[in-house]
Design a protein around this ligand. Structure first.
Ligand code: AMP
Length: 418
């Protein structure tokens, strides 16, 4: 028997109402904030991610699904959404539109991670990007948008964590201090952190291993080494968040795992630290567009994990609208009845009524059982007697009450759309 690959999941029909609920709320939030949807391919040139996410990151080094196609092109399944949107922004000349350009997407994301609760090798993200505007007002608006999206889902038990990791002017200074601080501690660090010390010292700060956490807590903080511009940006952002009455926790260990971030980074975390960890996160990427070869344009965005949201919606018992069930099940017995059933079903559907029709191969009892299983509210039964009389037997599936009706009345009784 085949099984879904490790770290992937089927999204079964009974799960779909959660996904539709999240999508509807996401689309509604994007409408309120003026974002337009775009979709990008599931794979890109691998070098796009190496260039943007960064050569020294776990995502590119260890987690990317990378392959050569039959023409020898080196491709990668997208391990995140921002790089593709920025590539498309440049490719389609969106830098010539009035800025900022505000885009959102739903995308499946592929990372070769160690599968565990809430961590998959294929997961799904809803993300937003606002490209072409440097003001911290936009940072505040993007954060507000992420929070109001979670609130619209009914997810309230989460807090905003905030940090600034500076820019290419001031970050080297911080990295230098980090290296100095960590050098004597290296023997006590985990293997990954020892490698990070050389390649990507910022990532030392968000190591989850208990042995490394104490060192990270005391490490030099990026916010203490910001240049004037980054400091003013961060202070303005905090002021705007205050105006919007958005509470946040400053977390100097929040660095995020992608190299393109500059200045503002943020995450939405569960208050209790559980619930499968971050619901979403994002930040500014003011050098990314230029790094991809475009005219310099700043940007900011966030991405949220659909599976994590589904998990938390269930965890907190949030009611979601159930998928619509078929209004009527058409049951039939006998050859002529089959033809009548087919005709009745198609007339009802033409009138906008959802129908499941039986092929009439099984007993009436079995067909009515099926009507119950599919959740139909009533069954239209057609047999020899009904054909003789030119009627249909309409059965209320809840009460079992039955009545003879004229085919013309059936549509009216089932609430046909005009
Ligand atoms: P990131 O791009 O890593 O910031 O991811 C954005 C959001 O996607 C996270 O906050 C999580 O909610 C979700 N996420 C990231 N990685 C995974 C994964 N492997 N499995 C499930 N959800 C994930």
């Amino acid at each position: 028997m085949f099984k879904a690959p490790r770290g992937t999941e089927d999204i079964l029909p009974e799960e779909q109402s959660y996904w539709r609920y999240i999508e509807e709320k996401a689309v509604a939030t994007c409408r309120l904030y003026g974002y337009s949807r775009m979709d990008t391919p599931a794979f890109e040139e691998a070098s796009l991610f190496a260039r943007s996410v960064g050569e020294g990151t776990d995502i590119v080094n260890k987690e990317m699904y990378i392959f050569k196609d039959r023409s020898g092109n080196e491709l990668a399944l997208r391990p995140e959404g921002t790089a593709s949107v920025c590539r498309a922004y440049l490719e389609h000349g969106m830098d010539n539109l009035p800025q900022p350009v505000k885009l959102y997407y739903f995308a499946d994301i592929f990372r070769y991670e160690r599968p565990q609760a809430g961590r998959y090798r294929q997961h799904h993200q809803f993300g937003c990007e606002a490209i072409g505007e440097a003001s911290p007002m936009l940072d505040a608006e993007v954060i507000q948008m992420a929070l109001s999206f979670f609130r619209s889902l009914g997810l309230l038990q989460f807090c905003l964590q905030l940090n600034s990791i500076g820019c290419k002017e001031c970050r080297p200074n911080h990295l230098h201090k980090l290296k100095d601080y960590y050098a004597p501690l290296a023997p006590g660090l985990c293997d990954d952190c020892r490698a990070r010390l050389a390649k990507n010292p910022l990532r030392l700060l968000d190591c989850k291993k208990p042995g490394c956490q104490a060192a990270a807590d005391e490490a030099p903080k990026s916010a203490d080494y910001l240049c004037i511009e980054c400091r003013e940006h961060f202070e303005s952002l905090k002021r705007y968040l205050g105006v919007l009455k958005i509470e946040y926790t400053l977390n100097h260990r929040l660095v995020r795992g992608l190299d393109y971030y500059t200045k503002t980074v943020f995450e939405i975390q569960p208050l209790d630290g559980g619930s499968q960890s971050a619901l979403g996160g994002g930040g500014r990427y003011d050098d990314l567009i230029a790094g991809l070869g475009g005219r310099p344009a700043p940007g900011i965005g966030f991405a949220t994990g659909m599976e994590r949201m589904v998990f938390n919606i269930k965890e907190y018992g949030i009611e979601v609208p159930r998928q619509e069930k078929p209004a009527v099940f058409v049951a039939c017995m006998g050859g002529d009845a089959k033809i009548e059933a087919l005709k009745t079903a198609s007339e009802l559907r033409d009138a906008g009524i959802a129908v499941v029709v039986s092929s009439g191969e099984r007993s009436l009892k079995a067909q009515l059982r099926q009507a119950n299983t599919v959740g139909a509210t009533c069954a239209a039964i057609i047999g020899d007697d009904e054909i003789k009389e030119g009627t249909v037997t309409l059965r209320n599936m809840e009460t079992g009450e039955q009545q003879e009706v004229q085919p013309d009345d059936l549509k009216r009784m089932l609430g046909a759309q005009q």
